[in-house]
Design a protein around this ligand. Structure first.
Ligand SMILES: Nc1ncnc2c1ncn2[C@@H]1O[C@H](COP(=O)(O)OP(=O)(O)OP(=O)(O)O)[C@@H](O)[C@H]1O
Length: 295
């Protein structure tokens, strides 16, 4: 879209401005030409508070889509619902044409849709490599503990280990394989969270605030990893507060306010959308993530 001859050169990791959403109107709930995820009538209340109330939402395959909105807009709740880590009051959604509503997080992941999690205390006490292996698909060794299945189990363990090491090399964490995850820097933790989610070889990754707590020097490297996933054909949906990051790498932006999708569009559409400016950009909060009273 941009044809500004004076534009600064793209930062490392940024992509040429290709419009991957060509022909899609920037209106809430708009249909996408090749939607990998479609959600309908998704509602979730906590007591009297409606946290999520999404009429219709589609995510285009092979794009980076940002989910943005003010604190308490319902972004994390929507993530949790779609990935099977919370229960809806109402609503249906499908992933790659298959209904996945009502499935547990593990089953949703097996379908190819995974979300990242911040490293819990327990995970920080494990090594980087063990963190990866714990995220591996299928633990047939546990399910078929008999001696008969042992060769299958060993083969699977070896394959998991190989995949884990490949991913650790990709994210430049291989030298840290035997270190405790808790000893990693904020940026390295984010890389590990991303690497863990890729153990199941997903088609779509959902990143929860991938830049939170990351040293600015590592931001470009993380952005490079995210755009590389998209360029390999993966679909990325991410929640983020950093507007430079959002505007810099997103093919499409979905704006949530009070649980509803109030706008969708390319970064340029969102920047000039007065409803978004009123609901969000005009009252841009500067609080660090995690200052909310709820999780
Ligand atoms: N388990 C819960 N119990 C009660 N209320 C909750 C719960 N989880 C979320 N909420 C409420 O639902 C609303 C949406 O919260 P959510 O965390 O999804 O927003 P968010 O957009 O992710 O916010 P943030 O940007 O601050 O992370 C908020 O008002 C929040 O207080």
């Amino acid at each position: 879209m941009s044809s500004d001859a004076n534009a600064a050169p793209a930062p490392a990791g940024a992509q040429a401005p290709v419009d991957r959403m060509a022909g899609v109107d920037p209106v809430p709930g708009v249909a996408k030409p090749d939607a990998i995820l479609k959600a309908d009538g998704v509602r979730r209340s906590f007591g009297g508070l409606t946290a999520v109330d999404v009429d219709h939402l589609e995510v285009q395959r092979g794009t980076i889509t940002a989910l943005i909105g003010p604190n308490g807009a319902g972004k994390s709740t929507l993530f949790n619902l779609l990935t099977g880590f919370d229960r809806v009051d109402k609503g249906t959604w499908s992933f790659q044409g298959k209904a996945v509503n009502g499935l547990s997080g593990h089953k949703v992941a097996r379908q190819g849709m995974v979300r990242t999690f911040q490293l819990t205390k327990a995970l920080t006490r494990m090594t980087v490599l063990d963190n990866m292996l714990l995220a591996a698909p299928g633990q047939s060794g546990e399910r078929f503990a008999g001696a008969f299945a042992r060769p299958v189990w060993r083969r699977q363990e070896a394959a998991n280990r190989e995949r884990a090491m490949d991913l650790l090399r990709r994210f430049k964490l291989d030298a840290k394989r035997d270190d405790l995850a808790g000893s990693l820097s904020g940026g390295q933790r984010k890389l590990l969270e991303m690497a863990r989610s890729l153990m199941v070889n997903p088609s779509m990754v959902m990143l929860d605030e991938p830049m939170a707590g990351v040293n600015p020097a590592l931001v470009q490297s993380l952005l490079g990893h995210i755009t590389a996933l998209r360029d390999e054909g993966m679909t990325v949906l991410f929640v983020e507060h950093d507007m430079d990051v959002i505007m810099g790498i997103s093919d499409w932006i979905v704006v949530l306010a009070e649980g509803k999708v109030i706008a969708e569009g390319r970064p340029a559409d969102i920047r000039s959308n007065t409803q978004v400016i009123d609901a969000y950009l005009g009252v841009q909060h500067d609080e660090p993530a995690g200052t909310e009273e709820t999780s």
